[in-house]
Structure formats: structure tokens, C-alpha cells
Design a protein around this ligand. Structure first.
Ligand SMILES: C[S@@+](CC[C@H](N)C(=O)[O-])C[C@H]1O[C@@H](n2cnc3c(N)ncnc32)[C@H](O)[C@@H]1O
Length: 182
């Protein structure tokens, strides 16, 4: 229990009324669900105090891990394209955080990439990280549907890739902080 803290469950696609004037908005790993992010940012920050801030963190190129067979990379890239075309998720959202903040009228004070031991790292993953990825594949029902008979092969190859000495990530975690001019 945290003193003075209230939690509310809201649909972030709706016109959110937080009922308070906020010092800042913290949004981690949720921006990519909004393929047209700038209007959503405007809606989430309507009640920001003058001079308030927003901090966004999002992964970019989630399945960007190598070495994978070119066909496997192509199947995963096709899934990125399908998710974007159907408005479900932007797998390339991380690199766009800064431009979305600017479009929504924020001055970008900081924009950076962050090391992440599960999402963006080089060299072999430990067992905990591989298990986290295995669980992620289990949750990704739409990926299973999209890949059809290729799903097991893609998952197996991807999990093997994570444990290789020569494993490299092109996936990146981006973070950007914007300020609303007072
Ligand atoms: C990858 S999880 C990140 C969870 C957490 N913020 C974190 O950093 O670990 C994505 C979150 O976005 C939430 N989300 C996606 N679309 C949403 C929406 N329309 N309204 C509210 N939450 C949403 C999901 O419920 C989920 O909790």
C-alpha cells in the first residue's frame, strides 16, 4: 500500500479524465499499442500542470535478434507489418517516440536508448531470460495464428538464437522525456 496514491483502471483509447492535475505522466511499454501515438499523448496529458513532463519508454524491433535465418526474419517482419496495418501495435514505435512527442507539442528534453537484459543485449541470454521469452511466445496468440505451421520452428530458432555466443540484438529500448512549455 502506498500512502496518497490512487490507482485507476482506464481504457487509454478513451478520452481519459484523470480528475487531477498531474506533475508528470509515466508510460512504459504501452506507447506501441497506439499506432497513431500523437493524439493519444495529447489526450493523456490534457491535465498536465504547466511545465509538466511526460516520460515514454518503448521497445523497438522486439524480434530484432540475430543470427536468424533470413526467412525467419522475413516472417517476423511480415508480422510487424500486419500488426501496424491492422492498427494493433507498432513494432517500430521506439524510434518514433521523439517525433510523436514533438508532434504533440512537447519539447524533447532527453531521448536515449537503454540497455535491457531481456530485450536488448549481446551475447548469450541466461536461463531466466530464455524462460521470459518462452512465456512471451506463449502469450502471443496472434503471432501463433499469423505464423500458422511455422510458429514452432520460429519460436525454437529464436530461443536458440538467444543462447548463442554470437547472439546480437538490433532490438533497442528507447526512452524519451518531453516537457510542456510553461
Ligand atoms: C507490455 S505491458 C507493459 C506493462 C507495464 N507498464 C510495464 O512497464 O511493465 C503493456 C500494457 O499496456 C496496457 N494497455 C494496452 N492498451 C491499453 C489500453 N487501450 N488501455 C489501457 N491499457 C492498455 C496493457 O494492459 C499492458 O498492461
Amino acid at each position: 500500500m502506498l500512502d496518497g496514491v490512487q490507482f485507476r483502471a482506464v481504457d487509454l483509447r478513451s478520452n481519459v479524465d484523470w480528475g487531477v492535475q498531474a506533475d508528470g505522466v509515466w508510460c512504459s511499454f504501452t506507447a506501441a499499442y497506439f499506432v497513431d501515438l500523437s493524439p493519444a499523448l495529447t489526450s493523456w496529458t490534457r491535465d498536465l500542470k504547466p511545465g509538466g513532463w511526460i516520460a515514454l519508454t518503448e521497445v523497438d524491433d522486439l524480434f530484432g535478434h540475430q543470427p536468424l535465418a533470413p526467412r525467419t526474419t522475413a516472417r517476423l517482419t511480415a508480422y510487424y507489418d500486419d500488426a501496424l496495418a491492422t492498427g494493433r501495435y507498432d513494432f517500430r514505435a521506439g524510434r518514433k517516440l521523439k517525433q510523436h512527442l514533438e508532434k504533440a507539442g512537447f519539447r524533447v528534453a532527453q531521448s536515449m536508448t537503454l540497455a535491457d537484459r531481456e530485450l536488448s543485449f549481446n551475447g548469450p541470454a541466461g536461463p531466466g531470460v530464455v524462460e521470459a521469452w518462452r512465456a512471451r511466445f506463449e502469450r502471443m496468440h496472434l503471432l501463433r495464428q499469423f505464423l500458422e505451421d511455422d510458429f514452432d520452428q520460429v519460436r525454437g530458432e529464436f530461443l536458440d538464437c538467444l543462447t548463442r555466443e554470437d547472439h546480437r540484438s538490433t532490438a533497442k529500448v528507447y526512452s524519451a522525456i518531453g516537457n510542456r512549455n510553461p
